[in-house]
Design a protein around this ligand. Structure first.
Ligand code: MLT
Length: 263
């Protein structure tokens, strides 16, 4: 695994193919392996970059995750190291929160956006309390303690019923997460700002994707973003939950490829 030193953390990354750069930002509490099925297909026509957020997968935590902006700064640093000025940015869920933070601070470095299974709104008070509890759980019992509650939320009903191997793949990624990275990311997500004010300012081509059975960031959240971002497109993936890129790979890749072909 290649690694780059970015803002004091060693970030593990993959950089495959050539052409217009597209950077994939992974969800919580997973890692860049969630994008393996996108790399395989898209690297034929694009330069595809994935990386583990600091504190996840094989990236070190460095001096920690203090805010969601830490991720945005790491993405900018990663692009600098890879000599990428502008890129198509695709973030799923927490990756989407990071994409909003990146757009807020570095909009001139975004050529197009893909917002998958994410939301522009901040956490409710109850949502924040749940995050603090989960951070305590990760610190006291390790990341594996998150599997039982997270897997049924991350994966749609249809996938849970028909594709048991996907639950296993997700479980392995969660168990590989570093407890302190998990805890700090939860606290950073709890304090992230509402990005709804940013939506009308987004003026690059934008695709919004959501799994029809997504329980964590339901389609209604995507519909709100679709209405607020001028000229955006919305793709609802059938028989998928929060991780349509894994659950319905072909449909997800088709939606992304069609969007990219029009840029
Ligand atoms: C994710 O998939 O990144 C997380 O579930 C997002 C969240 O907890 O809000």
């Amino acid at each position: 695994m290649n690694k780059l030193l970015v803002n004091g953390a060693e970030l593990a990354y993959r950089d495959e193919g050539s052409g217009q750069p597209i950077i994939f930002l992974h969800a919580f509490p997973l890692n860049q392996k969630m994008w393996d099925d996108q790399i395989t297909v898209l690297a034929a026509n694009y330069r595809v970059i994935t990386f583990d957020w600091r504190g996840f997968g094989q990236s070190s935590l460095g001096n920690g995750i203090s805010r969601i902006d830490t991720f945005a700064d790491d993405l900018a640093g990663m692009m600098n190291e890879l000599s990428i000025d502008r890129a198509i940015v695709c973030g799923l869920s927490m990756g989407g929160y990071a994409a909003f933070a990146f757009y807020r601070h570095y909009s001139n470095r975004v050529s197009a956006l893909i917002l998958a299974d994410t939301r522009s709104t901040a956490d409710t008070e109850e949502g924040k309390r749940n995050r603090y509890e989960m951070a305590e759980l990760a610190r006291s019992q390790g990341s594996a303690a998150l599997v039982a509650t997270m897997v049924p939320k991350l994966i749609g009903e249809t996938t849970l019923r028909d594709q048991a191997h996907i639950a296993e793949r997700v479980k392995v990624m969660i168990e590989a997460s570093q407890p302190e990275g998990v805890a700090q990311a939860l606290i950073a997500m709890a304090s992230r700002p509402d990005s709804s004010d940013l939506l009308p300012q987004i003026n690059c081509p934008t695709l919004i994707i959501v799994g029809k059975e997504d329980k964590l960031t339901p389609p209604a959240e995507s519909e709100k973003m679709y209405e607020a971002i001028t000229g955006s497109s919305l793709e609802i993936i059938q028989e998928a939950g929060h991780l349509p890129n894994i659950e319905q790979t072909e449909s997800f890749n088709r939606a992304v490829s069609e969007f990219l072909s029009k840029l």
